[in-house]
Write a protein that binds this ligand. Structure first.
Ligand code: HAM
Length: 410
């Protein structure tokens, strides 16, 4: 059997790479327009960085982290997400002395999930965070950015924004207790996976895709009933500002997100075109996180988008295949050929040379690629210090000097 990449990982090349590069260019452009600065953090971090913030009982920490003992016995983890490392980096480098701190990054994340379409063990994320701002304007602004990016990637696609609020830490604590009590009444009717979460992570039962759970979820307590007045006002103001900025959304009371650090605003951009892994972008507010990581007690809001999922939906990109083919009729013309190659490349003209010295095969390849020009070098060309250029679409040719050929091809 051929050598294969590790399960759940993949090579990016060809069309996917063109799409990746376009995505990167658009992300950089919008980061600039929205005034975010890029930060690149290490792929390995100390395991402790993730455990508490993501939740000791979250799926990511319990089952999905790639963790290993370093030679000095310190525990290291391949980052499963970008928010915690970004805040760690902001603290380590004193970036939080200036607030707001608006950071973004693109790069690989690692989660040992069951691989399927749109779900990988190594995948790439685009990540945007606004650190230090409590105002709902930051929540709306970062959603506007996501909306702008998605509209740029997919002008014709319908992508839905779902929102919810998890209230403040106290709301969430009381809600979780009541949710747990409710699910205890249905212990035997829930899916096995959800049964294991009744006491440890009842929130995640709410977004289960299992039919048994969905039925029980219908009558589960709603977080809105546990909101403090402040949390309730905050959610109302957030919704109003979203509407005022012409962003359409749907409220999904069962949207809880998979990581523990969230409070208040949570949101996801979803599509119907991807099967079960249908979330393109997910994020929310995480006000206690910087403090948990040993930094100042500042709020934050952000999101991450799955690069592979976005690429999967992008249309193919037309690569400019209009190549200029250099055809040498014999290996002895190599040095003459390289003189021309060097000059063309110095003038930023791309040339295709297949190292084959076979007129018929090279012309057939040029035709296949629908190329416009072939430059042919044979005995006569070398002797007379000239070049034959063939216009493949017109089936005519002429003989030119080096200066003439560069002028023509430029
Ligand atoms: P998340 O929902 O775990 O959030 O991931 C965000 C996005 O990354 C998902 O919506 C999906 O597009 C993509 N993604 C996640 N797991 C995989 C996977 N195994 N394979 C392919 N794509 C995947 C976070 O990571 C938070 N840090 C988001 C955030 C930023 N919240 C606040 N700031």
């Amino acid at each position: 059997m051929k050598v294969q990449p590790v399960r759940g990982t993949h090579d990016i090349y060809g069309q996917d790479l063109l799409k990746y590069k376009r995505l990167e260019a658009i992300v950089n452009k919008y980061a600039n327009i929205y005034d975010f600065s890029e930060i690149i953090t290490p792929i390995i971090e100390s395991t402790d960085l993730f455990k508490k913030p993501l939740g000791e009982q979250s799926d990511v920490v319990l089952k999905e982290m790639y963790t290993f003992n370093d030679r000095n016995n310190s525990l290291l983890t391949l980052r499963p997400e970008y928010t915690t490392p970004m805040i760690r980096a902001a603290i380590s480098n004193n970036l939080l002395e200036k607030i707001p701190q608006k950071l973004f990054g693109i790069g690989p994340m690692f989660r040992r999930e069951r691989p399927q379409k749109g779900r990988y063990r190594q995948f790439n994320q685009i990540n945007f965070e606004i650190l230090g701002i409590n105002d709902i304007a930051a929540d709306v602004d970062i959603i506007l950015l996501a909306d702008d990016l998605l509209k740029n990637f997919f002008p014709d696609k319908k992508i839905d924004l779902q929102i919810n609020s998890l209230g403040d830490q106290n709301t969430l604590k009381i809600f979780k207790e009541n949710l747990s009590l409710y699910f205890q009444k249905y212990t035997n009717d829930l899916s096995e996976e959800s049964q294991n979460k009744i006491h440890t992570n009842p929130l995640r039962i709410l977004d289960s895709k299992n039919i048994k759970d969905i039925k029980i979820n219908k009558s589960a307590p709603k977080i809105f009933d546990y909101f403090s007045e402040e949390a309730s006002d905050r959610f109302d103001n957030f919704k109003k500002l979203l509407s005022d900025t012409n962003i359409s959304y749907e409220i999904n009371p069962r949207l809880v997100r998979g990581l523990d650090y969230y409070c208040h605003t949570v949101f996801e951009f979803k599509t119907n075109d991807l099967g079960s892994q249908d979330t393109l972008i997910g994020g929310g507010r995480y006000d206690g996180l910087a403090k948990i990581l040993g930094g100042p007690d500042i709020p934050g809001v952000g999101w991450a988008g799955g690069v592979e999922r976005i690429i999967m939906l992008m249309k193919d990109i037309n690569k400019n295949e209009n190549k200029i083919h250099l055809i040498l009729l014999h290996p002895s013309f190599k040095s003459y050929g390289f003189q021309l190659l060097n000059q063309l490349r110095k003038n930023n003209i791309a040339v295709y040379f297949d190292y084959k010295y076979d007129l018929k095969k090279s012309l057939s390849k040029a035709n296949k690629l629908n190329s416009e020009f072939a430059i042919i070098i044979g005995e006569e060309e070398v002797e007379k210090n000239q070049y034959t250029i063939k216009y493949l679409h017109k089936n005519i040719q002429e003989v030119l000097s080096l200066e003439q050929i560069i002028k023509k091809l430029k």
